[in-house]
Design a protein around this ligand. Sequence first.
Ligand SMILES: NC(=O)c1ccc[n+]([C@@H]2O[C@H](COP(=O)([O-])OP(=O)(O)OC[C@H]3O[C@@H](n4cnc5c(N)ncnc54)[C@H](OP(=O)(O)O)[C@@H]3O)[C@@H](O)[C@H]2O)c1
Length: 291
Amino acid sequence: MTTHPTLFVSGAGGKLGRKVVELLLERGYEGRIIAGSRQPEALGFAGVESRKADFADPAGLTAALEGVDRFLLISTDTLGEVRQKLHANAVAAAQAAGVKHIAYTSMPYPEPGIIVPMAPDHYATEQAIKASGLEYTILRMSWYAENLLQALPPVLGSGKWFTSAGEGRLSHVPRADTARAAAGALLSDHVGSRVLTVTGTAALTQREIAAIATELTGKPIEVVDVTDEELTAGLQQVGLPAGVAQLLTTFDVLHREGGLSMVTNAVEVLWGSKPQSVREFLAANKAALGA
Ligand SMILES: NC(=O)c1ccc[n+]([C@@H]2O[C@H](COP(=O)([O-])OP(=O)(O)OC[C@H]3O[C@@H](n4cnc5c(N)ncnc54)[C@H](OP(=O)(O)O)[C@@H]3O)[C@@H](O)[C@H]2O)c1
């Protein structure tokens, strides 16, 4: 008789976690699925056990992970030392509970020296996982294509896209496809540890993304090259707080420097289907572009 590993999805109340649980159910997984959340009572998945899982409560999390074989640790939505501590707690709880395999949602190339402020958190978590001695799948997720649904509407409204990304390339991937990669990693019978970078189908420049948005909406976009300092100042002029303007500028720097330009077939390897391209994603979300 084959026994199926017990799977645990943390952060199941978030957009990614929810999708991962739905995908596991869609695949008809015959083993046990446990959905963890800070608010398990709000999850409401049929046929899935819900448990309270708050990385700020190590003892409670260790209890929640009892009997779990494969644990998806979804990165939290904070930044800095607090986040690093939360994630370290989650790794320690997995160790204490006897979990066999951790899958973690990291970012491409988080090694020291990378400008975006979330990189040190991901790097520290990757290091903690590697030091734990547990088997792991580190999923270095590229930027969500959903980020374009925030960036493009004001650009389409004004007709200008101010950027310091230059001719740098970035491989956006829809959140649902990162969920496919994560669900696939939980279901995988691969033996041993691996680090996989999860990307979209192609790395595009801002000009190429602008051309797609124009083609879909009929609205012209002039891509205006500016320096990092001009971009930060301009974002503040349109009302963004200084911290947010600086954060968004680091994304352009990373885009320019190619930190997110890698293209892999990880979604296909882990789930069996290709991710949606940026063109397909924007076409499917055309209504949101006009928002
Ligand atoms: N690649 C990208 O472009 C990109 C963009 C945005 C975010 N991200 C990262 O990807 C993650 C998932 O994305 P998403 O779209 O699903 O974000 P989201 O909907 O904002 O979800 C936030 C997640 O953080 C979890 N969380 C927060 N505090 C926690 C705690 N103390 N203990 C355990 N879990 C905690 C939440 O779990 P519960 O609410 O269920 O407890 C939820 O799963 C984000 O948290 C962030 O780290 C990546």
